[in-house]
Design a protein. Structure first.
Length: 169
């Protein structure tokens, strides 16, 4: 936020949602959006998903909003907890969080939100002696076949952007 405030990054209308595993780091897609597009949405929502060791989590216990330390910056962090049998439909869960007033966002506006997925592509680097060639290929193949987070969380394809970078191993 210090960088956004000192560089006076313009804020554009709308809601940008960034699924991210924790609140301690900035999502890669958020950083890439600011660096490449030189804008940030007026409302930014960083969402972490937890799966509980119970079949279902009631809505009353499913949402936890975190303070990121800055007031009126337009950035919120929320943890959404699902049971292991729950459908991990993130748009539906965030709509429910708005209805429960955990988030100060109009529930109807959530249907127009944009989702930004952070994803890094692994590429084998020839000549690197750190790992055997067959292991690199196996690791890259397994990473390539990893579940698509957009499909896993039920994100609308027409409003989901995947941003990331290549990582050579």
């Amino acid at each position: 936020m210090e960088r956004v405030n000192t560089k006076h990054i313009p804020r554009v209308e709308g809601i940008a949602i960034f699924p991210h595993p924790n609140k301690e780091t900035t999502p890669l897609a958020l950083r890439a959006n600011v660096e490449h597009n030189h804008v940030m949405h007026r409302t930014v929502l960083i969402v972490s998903v937890l799966t509980a060791n119970v079949p279902h989590v009631p809505h009353a216990k499913a949402f936890f909003r975190d303070d990121l330390g800055y007031e009126d910056d337009g950035i919120d962090h929320i943890t959404v907890k699902f049971g292991f049998s729950d459908d991990q439909d993130l748009p539906r869960a965030l709509h429910a969080a708005c209805l429960a007033e955990v988030l100060d966002i109009d529930p109807d506006e959530m249907q127009h939100a944009s989702y930004f997925i952070s994803r890094g592509a692994l590429r084998p680097q020839p000549g690197n002696r750190g790992m055997a060639r067959w292991r690199k290929k196996l690791f890259v193949g397994l990473a390539h076949n990893a579940a698509d987070p957009a499909a896993r969380f039920g994100l609308p394809a027409q409003r989901t952007v995947t941003m990331g970078s290549d990582v050579e191993i």
